[in-house]
Ligand binder design. Structure first.
Ligand code: 4NP
Length: 157
């Protein structure tokens, strides 16, 4: 079983979207027993909450259901997961600071590197309008497909 963890700040917009899109692709390709994913936030601001309603609406219009409840990253996640994908650079820095076992730091990378988008990270849509949520989904759809192709071809992280 390959395990993927998507991480953003609040775990109510970007990372639950990546989780929902990834599960959609895994089910479509019949790989949801071989690959599993989850999402978490570097902060605990929204623990227990559903994904942001605006994010859920935009995702649903593209056929993705966002069902997760927000949780905060835990130390055990660094051992448990094979790929730990930070949605932006500040999440990446926070994850590296949180990770107490340096052997696991190589699992942490930036989601945007899976894509051809020329932006520094997946932009935080929380204070944006509709366009922000659409951009997030554009980036996430491309990145998740590329991640799945990478896992299927067994290439290194
Ligand atoms: P996310 O978006 O990190 O993609 O879940 C945010 C959600 C909430 C806040 C910031 C970003 N907030 O400041 O409450």
């Amino acid at each position: 079983m390959v395990k993927v963890l998507f991480v953003c700040l609040g775990n109510i917009c970007r990372s639950p979207s990546a989780e929902g899109v990834m599960y959609h692709l895994l089910r479509k390709e019949g790989l949801d027993k071989q690959v599993c994913c989850d999402s978490a936030g570097t902060s605990g601001f929204h623990v227990g909450q559903q994904a942001d309603e605006r994010m859920r609406d935009h995702a649903e219009r593209r056929g993705f259901k966002l069902l997760s409840l927000s949780r905060q990253v835990e130390q055990d996640d660094f051992e448990e997961y094979d790929y730990i994908l930070a949605m932006d650079e500040s999440n990446y820095i926070d994850l590296n600071n949180l990770c107490k076992n340096s052997a696991y730091k190589s699992k942490i990378s930036q989601f945007i590197e899976l894509t051809n988008f020329k932006v520094p990270g997946v932009p935080d849509p929380y204070y944006d309008g509709d366009d922000g949520f659409e951009v997030v989904l554009d980036i996430i759809e491309e990145g998740c497909q590329n991640l799945l192709d990478k896992i299927k071809s067994g290439t290194s992280k």
